[in-house]
Design a protein around this ligand. Structure first.
Ligand SMILES: *Cc1c(COP(=O)(O)O)cnc(C)c1O
Length: 228
């Protein structure tokens, strides 16, 4: 980890934005993509510099780090996303941080526990269902087959959770076809869920965000490409 010069970060950000433009225009000029900067690898100073360069949305995969950074940077009007697996003993901490979007709701039992604690605090949270589209053992999340029904179940039984769509991590492979398949599967699910109010299809990271956008992603989570 290093503190990067503003011009260095500007060049990285410009490159990512250019790549986003190219991919989204190939879908439609009306297709808008939101960029969430994944800050987990980087120094706090680089977040502040990216803010100066116009970036507003940041993501972390650990509640503790999210808390430290939200507190240290609270003067800045940033939005914060939780993108990592949430341990049940950290639920109350996360609720108190009031993240803009919790992208990694990955089991029914987590949803039930989160809902209970939200209700006790008379609070609510915007969440995405995490989809394990490539059925990888190493990843958590709902299978694409069960996800549609689970979305309804959680909507009905967890009123303090406001579901806003789906999130997936592309298949962990060099095989572009398989990565593409995992994105297409998730996007097809998202299309079905739009009539249930889903507005976010979060897919794409540094290595595959252009492919993800071409498959219909409207929210990408990019880390290492910005901090190289
Ligand atoms: C770390 C992480 C990212 C960003 O990864 P890069 O490959 O560095 O862009 C995106 N999503 C999740 C869930 C992550 O944990």
């Amino acid at each position: 980890m290093a503190i990067l010069e503003k011009e260095h970060l500007r060049a990285n950000l410009d490159e990512v934005i250019w790549n986003i433009e190219e991919a989204r225009i190939s879908v439609s000029e009306h297709h808008i993509v939101k960029l969430v900067t994944v800050a987990k690898y980087t120094e706090m100073e680089n977040i502040a510099t990216l803010y100066e360069l116009g970036q507003r949305a940041f993501g972390e995969n650990q509640v503790q780090q999210l808390k430290e950074r939200m507190e240290a940077l609270e003067e800045l009007p940033l939005e914060w996303h939780m993108i990592g697996s949430l341990q049940k003993n950290k639920i109350n901490n996360l609720i108190d941080l009031r993240p803009t979007l919790m992208q990694s709701l990955d089991s029914l039992s987590l949803a039930e526990e989160l809902n209970k604690k939200l209700a006790a605090k008379e609070s609510h949270m915007n969440c995405l269902l995490q989809i394990n589209a490539a059925k990888e053992e190493s990843k958590s999340g709902f299978s694409s087959e069960e996800a549609y029904d689970m979305y309804q179940t959680i909507k009905e039984s967890c009123p303090n959770i406001h579901l806003k769509g789906v999130m997936t991590i592309g298949a962990h492979t060099e095989d572009t076809k398989r990565i593409q398949q995992s994105f297409e599967t998730t996007h097809a699910l998202y299309e079905k869920l739009q009539k249930e109010g889903a507005t976010y299809c979060s897919m794409g990271m540094s290595s595959d965000y252009q492919l993800a956008i071409k498959c219909g992603s409207n929210l990408i989570r990019v880390g290492s490409a910005l901090f190289k």
